[in-house]
Design a protein around this ligand. Sequence first.
Ligand SMILES: Nc1ncnc2c1ncn2[C@@H]1O[C@H](COP(=O)(O)OP(=O)(O)OP(=O)(O)O)[C@@H](O)[C@H]1O
Ligand SMILES: [Mg+2]
Length: 231
Amino acid sequence: MIEIYDLRRIYRMGNVEVRALDGVTLTIEKGEFLGITGASGSGKTTLLHLLGLLDLPTSGRVIVDGLDILGLTEYEKTMFRLYKLGYVFQDYALVPDLTVMENVSLPAMLRRDRTEAQVKKDSYGILQRIGLCDRKDHLPRELSGGQQQRVSIARAMVNRPDILFADEPCANLDSENSRMVLDLFHEINEEMKQTIIMVSHEDWHKDYFHRIVRLKDGKIVSDGKNEPRRA
Ligand SMILES: Nc1ncnc2c1ncn2[C@@H]1O[C@H](COP(=O)(O)OP(=O)(O)OP(=O)(O)O)[C@@H](O)[C@H]1O
Ligand SMILES: [Mg+2]
């Protein structure tokens, strides 16, 4: 469970103050597939970065399974990210000079709690899962956008994180590839009970979410249960 209390992120530039996140209080249940929506500039990415420990708030608290994650040391935060969190970005963020297999293995190698053989096996398994085994020795640029995004999901999943963050993961994909990516998130969520927090602009993505939180000017303006209606 993620408990967020009065979270704020204020950017100060000279005399101008931008309240990117302006007092967000929210509880996210374990296993929830949560959609975050709102207009451009409403604070969606800011919220995701704060929850993912990729940025620091101006004030507020974030408690994950009873742990105050903003109170952790830098080292503890790094470990928390590595063991508990997974990230999928709009631009895939794959390492261009590494093969598909190497990209997927990377977070598992960083953890150093599995042998290299085990990491290979796990990575291969997850590539199989996303249907890209035959591309394992290719470089990211040799894949389509949709394939690259599936690789980035595989990379996020290899450590079986408790929480998966995705910031507009379908922004650069056509509707067929978007659906493939969303179906993959749905299956992961069903099978592994992962909490997934996904930022989205697209109205039809709500077919997948259990709950939708809408932001406006850094504040929550609506928060409601949603009945997923996948085609
Ligand atoms: N590094 C920064 N410095 C100053 N202001 C920032 C910075 N990052 C974000 N902001 C401001 O904070 C507000 C929220 O930005 P954020 O990126 O969270 O919006 P968003 O909802 O993700 O928008 P989009 O849909 O366009 O991605 C915006 O007004 C933005 O200009
Ligand atoms: Mg954004």
